[in-house]
Ligand binder design. Sequence first.
Ligand SMILES: [Zn+2]
Length: 385
Amino acid sequence: MKRKTAFIHSNDYLNYNFNDDHPFNQKRIAMTIDLLRMMNLLEDSDLVAPRMAEDEELALIHDRQYIEVVKEAGHAEQTPALAASFGIGTEDCPAFVNMHEATALAVGGTLRAAELVMAGEYQHAVNLAGGLHHGFRGRASGFCIYNDCSVAIAYLRQKYDARVLYIDTDAHHGDGVQWAFYDDPNVLTLSFHETGKYLFPGTGNITERGDGQGYGFSVNVPLDAFTEDDSWLEAYYAVLPTVARGFKPDIIVTQNGCDAHTFDPLTHLSTTMRIYQEVPRLARDLADELCDGRLIATGGGGYDIWRVVPRAWSLLWAELSGQDVPQDTRIPQTWIDKYQAESPVQLAPTMFDPEGIFPDIPRRPEITTKNKNTVEKALLYCPKG
Ligand SMILES: [Zn+2]
């Protein structure tokens, strides 16, 4: 029997840990699981263990020499001098113990998700440890060592000859995935992000549309800083269904970074929890309409681990596993009691952000108009249906 949605998880995911002061903190996955369990939205039978990605699989995207450097950096007492030229040992990507093993497991989780969905064992699969969309062929970048999204997409191309629609809603541009498939018309990468004007990685311009045969198969929607829910969702609903219906994927891969929330300390977008219910809902509906439901969802950025990530990723899981979370849902007191003492901020009492709790954005009409123009230009050369 086909079961609906798999939650890929291992406690070893928490070993992807640069250091205690680093903003990328996988404790957020454990907090999400606790929240889901306390809300009765996740059962033991939903959990599926990841596997390690083989070197051969990593090498679908990454250079062999880079893989060797990552292994060495994770096993040495000191970061090898060579590592710096591969992006390791920087402030963003410091070396850490067993960094190869920890990242290969996160990649293996997304590969496992791809296998379960392509085999028809599950309709959807979620791997929150994935979403490492900045990893490059031969370089670590933006907290990402290997790029699980790119490796899984390459695997889906090689093993299943699948046409893949990649949807990235992280506040940062999905650069690693875009460049990995920039000339491939069988992989359409679609990224909604804060404009790179003042934000890492600086790319994701509308004019990055792909190369050669792949021209039109890279779609970027760079949104203005301080974009709020209405304008963000207007762009999402204007672009995604059109592109998805034009491209006709065999499977959808999503990256669900939740750093576009107004609380996120690293970005300048101004959305609320509302978008984190609508984002997976539309992706799921399109997967149902276009590719027999085949969808794999990964995590990604999200640096307010207290107020944003557990709520956002719980909504992601709820939507993909077909469980409705009503607007007035409260966070269980047991969860708040468990985490409030160590949280530097007051934890949110409700799943959604009540209207009116965030200050008005002064340039709102101007931002909305700018984003409308961006959407129009983004749609110029891509497949449309
Ligand atoms: Zn991000």
